[in-house]
Design a protein around this ligand. Structure first.
Ligand SMILES: [Zn+2]
Ligand SMILES: [Zn+2]
Length: 923
């Protein structure tokens, strides 16, 4: 059964699903649309449902009230509050509590949790109302053009658990919404139409009533009654009312402005037009957007990209005709407004997303943010609006919205920082992309999909840009699916194969949660699989999980090498595949306590460092992933740039001050909703907890996270946290590697030993080692200069002997000189080679040097020799034989190889003559 059949099913029983007492009381009659067959309720008789109605409120709102965006919310909140609804602060637009969504796309998402693969509803109050900012990126092309599309919008969510205390069902819901329309917005009852519909959400669905005024859908009240999908469902135990109304529309219907943007962005549009000095033709603008906003109906495919743009152009020509001006003149008048609307929308979305801890990047939801950010920047650039910066526009938004969303003020500086950095990055990457595109066009290189993916992943160069720059003819259809497949492949390869044979086993009792200090215990063997996987009734072995390595130790005399958790059962893997452990036997488990302690300290250090990084860098820092083992820890955080030495040091300092303060670490179990309300979604640093209870690890006054790992009881136990390395591992992610406790001491001692070696070889002391080193560097530089000067003096002499020692090739007057001497370096050969071919124009000079891991190949060819062979081609041939690559010009070529081929060098030089003869022929 699809949506259509469901609607028909519900509409076949309107008394049960749609009719409410209010309809009789006020006189709403059920009618059927003659065009699409939908049923609707209205006081006046109508031929068509509102889906086919043009907007009739622009420049002529159906009310005397004028409520701008923030004001509209204030009035609505007061109204719902008078109807005993609790106002809940908005949830983050970055949806941290569901794995399947990057962003909060509707108000109901706030209250949905996934437990055991099933969506459940958890309401922090009942009934409630929430001004939920939502982000959606499926209509980006239409934003700014249509007059009413957004990438972010506020959904006023009226939510209620019908069967819980305070709950109500559809009669009261419709009555309340009707009251909002008539009393808060001041709309006459005859203006309102309720349309029968169905809403299918995540794991649940229900009948719904959409309400319209003059062709504009203002809200949709969904009565979520059924659990499951359209084909397999049952009535829910706790039915949910989910009414969502776009605040942008509620405000618009009262203001009747040409576009929804004019009222929803408050004074932002006006301020921008003032800054940019746009005052021309207010009548044309008004008229155009009135027709534009009103003409794009909701009912057909015009909502979708391409078609929408076509209709935009059609409408442009209609309006131009009716105003009696040229189309291109109209476009010139309109486009600055479209640009302002788009930029205002995009900056508002970025403001919320960055405030809530997301960063523009090339991965996940960050990709959408970077797209709109770059779109906004390119619009400013195209319009020549160099005086306006994105961060100044977000400031205007905050100034306007802070009455409604006071938390935005806290993030003002953070948002400014990110937008500034990203704008600079955009300019840089534009230049790089431009150079690359020019090059690709020049050499007429055909890019494969692999090339495109590599460019995208390493430099963030999108195929769209290459298309725009004319470097490719089209974006391959499979580009994004290939890219997505690549990432899911990577994720899938990490999933371990499940061990079979655990069905029906009871959950293992987890002693490590009851008392982390248990290192020895007795337990009964419940199951032995393949002679090497042991299941016990209880265990103190910590299984691999949450980035924490598992415990090692013994079960009786058998070595445990791996511990994992499958469902509720802990599996101990023994080293050898033979064991006399049998089911029913009582055994003794011993954990490698030293290893566990060290892992525990590294693990707790991760929590400390994560908050230290956030406090030092900015609110966008989240744990991206973490790994901790016995003597090493790794924390990947979300951050925009590589860390400077100073930043690393200040993170290290704050982390160690937490150690010194010896803060208590407490662990408590909370109901998930309670934990979220009390500690916010910051607790989900390690990902979402798919359970109804969460284990909250609280480092008092410093860090609170939901975590299932092992932790010290006071931070002082960690002793020392030392960051040993940091690098930017991908766009938007920075890695911190660190050691803690004894490993930190070992690390420092090792460094000191290395320093000692240096001190001794410089005959210096620790205190003076830097001075001594710098002096030694200066000496080395001086020696190099001396050698160069000498080389210049003796080069003509050596060149002479090179020329006389060179071999003349048979059948030609070409001479060849080859040399491989481990004592001589590149610099020598470059001077001598150049001089030699200058002196002897028939000479080919080939030199090979080795240094560290590599082989270097240097080739010079004299003026006459190049007629037979080019130096670059020869360097390439030799390098390939030595396991590398090379190239160059006719006169000078170079290349390299790997020292694995060191033994081949002499042979290679011997057959060079042959090569030259061969190459010379084909050249
Ligand atoms: Zn219709
Ligand atoms: Zn933890």
């Amino acid at each position: 059964m699809g949506k259509k059949e469901l609607t028909a099913l519900f509409s076949s029983n309107p008394d049960r699903y749609y009719k409410v007492p209010l309809f009789d009381k006020v006189g709403f009659n059920r009618q059927r649309c003659s065009k699409c067959g939908k049923f609707f309720w209205s006081i006046v008789s109508k031929e068509l449902c509102p889906d086919h109605e043009h907007y009739g409120f622009i420049n002529n709102p159906p009310t005397n009230k004028r409520l701008d965006y923030v004001h509209a919310w204030e009035e609505i909140e007061a109204y719902f509050s008078s109807k005993d609804h609790t106002t809940i602060g908005r949830y983050p637009v970055v949806c941290r509590w569901r794995d399947d969504l990057y962003f909060t796309i509707a108000s109901i998402v706030d209250f949905q949790r996934v437990i055991g693969g099933k969506v459940v509803f958890e309401l922090p109050a009942n009934p409630l109302v929430v001004p939920q900012m939502c982000l959606r990126f499926n209509d980006v092309e239409n934003v700014g053009l249509s007059g009413r599309h957004y990438t972010s919008f506020c959904m006023v969510g009226q939510t209620c658990s019908a069967d819980s205390p305070g709950g109500y069902w559809k009669d009261k819901c419709v009555e309340i919404d009707y009251g909002m329309l008539t009393t808060v917005l001041g709309i006459k009852p005859e203006e309102i139409t309720f349309v029968e519909d169905v809403w299918i959400g995540a794991g649940a669905f229900g009948n719904s009533l959409e309400y319209f005024v003059r062709g504009l859908e203002l809200g949709n009240a969904v009565f979520t009654e059924f659990e499951g999908n359209e084909n397999n469902f049952h009535i829910m135990k706790n039915k949910i009312i989910d009414m969502g109304a776009g605040l942008e529309r509620l405000s618009w219907i009262t203001m009747g402005t040409p576009t929804s943007y004019d009222c929803s962005f408050g004074p932002v549009i006006k301020k921008l037009t003032n800054i940019l000095g746009m005052h021309e033709n207010p009548e044309v603008i008004g008229k155009y957007f009135e027709i534009m906003s009103g003409n794009i109906g909701e009912d057909n495919a015009t909502l979708n990209g391409g078609l929408m743009l076509n209709s935009v152009n059609t409408i442009k020509s209609i309006v131009a005709k009716s105003l009696g001006i040229q189309e291109d003149k109209l476009a010139r008048i309109i486009s600055p407004y479209e640009a302002i609307y788009t930029v205002a929308d995009h900056t508002r979305s970025l403001l919320f997303a960055i405030s809530d801890g997301s960063l523009p990047s090339n991965v996940g939801g960050g990709y959408n943010l970077r797209i709109i950010l770059r779109r906004a920047l390119s619009i400013l650039e195209k319009m020549g609006w160099n005086t306006v910066k994105l961060q100044d526009i977000t400031d205007l938004h905050i100034d306007y919205l802070r009455r409604m969303y006071p938390e935005l003020e806290e993030h003002r500086d953070n948002v400014r920082t990110i937008l500034r950095i990203e704008s600079e990055r955009y300019t840089e990457s534009r230049e790089r992309m431009h150079a690359l595109a020019t090059y690709i066009k020049k050499v007429n290189k055909k890019l494969t999909i692999d090339n495109l993916i590599e460019m995208y992943e390493s430099d963030g160069i999108t195929p769209e840009y290459l298309l725009e720059a004319g470097a490719i003819e089209s974006v391959p259809d499979s580009f994004y699916t290939t890219l997505a497949g690549l990432h899911s492949e990577r994720a899938a390869s990490q999933v371990q194969k499940p061990i079979l044979g655990l069905d029906g086993l009871p959950p293992t009792r987890l002693l490590y949660y009851e008392d982390e200090t248990i290192h020895e215990f007795e337990a009964m063997v419940i199951k032995v699989i393949d002679k090497r996987y042991i299941v016990l009734d209880q265990t103190a072995f910590y299984p691999r999980g949450g980035g924490q390595e598992p415990d090692n130790g013994k079960l009786d005399i058998f070595e445990v090498v791996e511990v994992s958790k499958q469902g509720d059962v802990v599996l101990h893997k023994l080293q050898n595949g033979s064991t006399n452990l049998t089911e029913g036997k009582i055994i003794r488990g011993t954990i490698d306590a030293k290893r566990r302690n060290s892992i525990t300290k590294h693990h707790t250090a991760t929590h400390i460092l994560n908050s230290a990084a956030r406090n030092n860098l900015g609110s966008w820092v989240w744990q991206n992933s973490a790994f901790k083992e016995q003597d090493y820890g790794r924390l990947d955080i979300t951050h925009h740039s590589a860390l400077s030495r100073e930043e690393i040091e200040s993170i290290e300092k704050s982390a160690n001050s937490v150690v010194t303060r010896n803060l208590p670490v407490s662990i408590n179990i909370f109901g998930r909703g309670e934990a979220e309300q009390k500690y916010t979604f910051r607790i989900y640093q390690g990902g979402v907890a798919p359970t109804s209870n969460v284990r909250i690890v609280n480092i008092e006054g410093w860090d609170i996270e939901a975590c299932g790992g092992t932790h010290v009881s006071r931070t002082g136990e960690i002793g020392l946290i030392k960051i040993i390395k940091s690098e930017r591992i991908q766009d938007g992610v920075v890695r911190l590697e660190y050691v803690a406790a004894e490993s930190a001491l070992n690390y420092v001692q090792k460094l000191e030993n290395s320093l000692d070696v240096i001190v001794r070889s410089l005959s210096s002391s620790k205190e003076k080692v830097v001075d001594s080193f710098l002096k030694s560097m200066v000496d080395t530089e001086l020696s190099k200069k001396k050698v160069k000067a000498i080389l210049r003096k003796v080069a003509p002499l050596i060149a002479k002997s090179v020329s006389s020692e060179a071999k003349t090739l048979p059948m030609s007057n070409i001479k060849i000189y080859s040399i491989y001497d481990e004592q001589l370096d590149d610099e020598y050969h470059i001077s001598i080679g150049e001089k030699s071919v200058e002196l002897d124009k028939s000479l080919i000079y080939i030199a090979i040097t080795t240094k560290g891991e590599g082989i270097r190949v240097i080739v010079f060819a004299g003026e006459n020799a190049i007629k037979v062979i080019a130096a670059g081609a020869l360097a390439k041939t030799i390098s390939v034989q030595l396991g590398g690559s090379g190239g160059g010009s006719e006169r000078f070529g170079q290349g390299g190889g790997s020292t694995k081929y060191k033994k081949k060098i002499r042979d290679t030089l011997l057959c060079v003559e042959e090569c030259i003869v061969g190459l010379g022929r084909t050249d």
